[in-house]
Design a protein around this ligand. Structure first.
Ligand code: NAD
Length: 263
């Protein structure tokens, strides 16, 4: 029997990349999953792959009503909610402060923080009443950029550090009924895009730069990580028994805390 048998999850941004890998692992472990994403084609593809185990909800994490709708679908279709995973995010393509126009900083801040931070706050607000009933858990996708500089530009690094603070605060506020934790992946070749307000929504991290090669050449373990490498940590944090003592913590699987040895 799977470790998430009969558990229900909502995952934001589950349409591709990290989120899609988590959807796959959750379904394998017996969970039923509602995915909130802003791209209909991605939702259609997930429903085609996983059938009755997955329901797609089209919307934006920046809207409270869309987060609430995803949680309502979990309750109506699957009978409740055990795990909320805030994962949808955008990246600033490592745009440095002095390489950004003031106009791009103003508009880019609002757009990036709206998705990466406000989206997590609104999702938590929508999910908390149901998670309190089920004594469930929240999991957020952070990043090496929640700990270290250089994984993004000023906006992304600030937003992922903000996400780290949010995990600590929510763990404190929502205990003892709800556990709140996070996973920090490192760089992966995904569809990760940037703020339209900075003209960065047209391409993705995997088309813009050789991200796998960059990570391999700059990390201690010299590997190109895949989203699947990180998905197991979400299963651990989403399971009822296996991580019952964990709250307010971030599992940093990025490996970026260890510098590459000079050769
Ligand atoms: N790719 C990396 O190198 C990397 C590294 C560390 C952390 N992360 C984090 O992983 C998470 C997932 O990113 P990914 O790399 O899998 O990228 P991705 O673009 O493949 O997946 C993100 C998903 O979120 C959706 N999305 C974006 N904005 C949305 C919104 N406003 N409302 C609803 N859905 C929205 C996208 O359509 C997409 O399906 C993000 O939080 C990202 O910051 C990524």
């Amino acid at each position: 029997m799977g470790r998430l048998q009969n558990r229900t999850a909502v995952i934001t941004g589950g349409g591709s990349g990290m989120g899609a890998a988590v959807v796959g692992r959750f379904v394998e472990e017996g969970a039923r999953v509602v995915v909130l994403d802003r791209v209909q084609d991605k939702l259609d593809a997930l429903e085609a792959s996983y059938g009755d185990a997955v329901r797609g909800v089209l919307g934006s994490v920046t809207e409270y009503a869309d987060n609430a709708q995803a949680c309502a679908v979990a309750q109506r279709e699957f009978g409740g909610l055990d795990v909320f995973i805030g994962n949808a995010g955008i990246w600033d393509f490592s745009r440095a402060l002095l390489d950004s126009t003031p106009e791009h900083l103003v508009a880019g801040f609002d757009e990036l923080f709206s998705v990466n931070v406000k989206g997590y706050v609104l999702g938590a607000r929508a999910a908390a009443p149901l998670l309190r009933e089920s004594r469930g858990s929240m999991i957020f996708t952070l990043s090496n950029a929640a700990f270290y500089p250089g994984g993004g530009g000023v906006l992304y690094t600030a937003a992922k550090h903000a996400g780290h603070g949010l995990v600590r605060q929510l763990a404190y506020e929502l205990a003892p009924e709800i556990r709140v934790n996070a996973v920090a992946p490192g760089g992966m070749a995904t569809d990760l895009r940037g703020p339209a307000a900075m003209d960065l929504s047209g391409e993705s991290i995997s088309t813009a730069i050789p991200i796998g090669q960059i990570v391999r050449e700059n990390s201690a373990l010299e590997i190109e990580p895949l989203p699947e490498d990180y998905a197991e940590a979400y299963v651990l944090l989403g399971a009822a028994r296996e991580s019952r003592t964990a709250t307010g913590t971030v599992i940093d699987l990025s490996g970026f805390g260890t510098p590459r040895r000079p050769r």
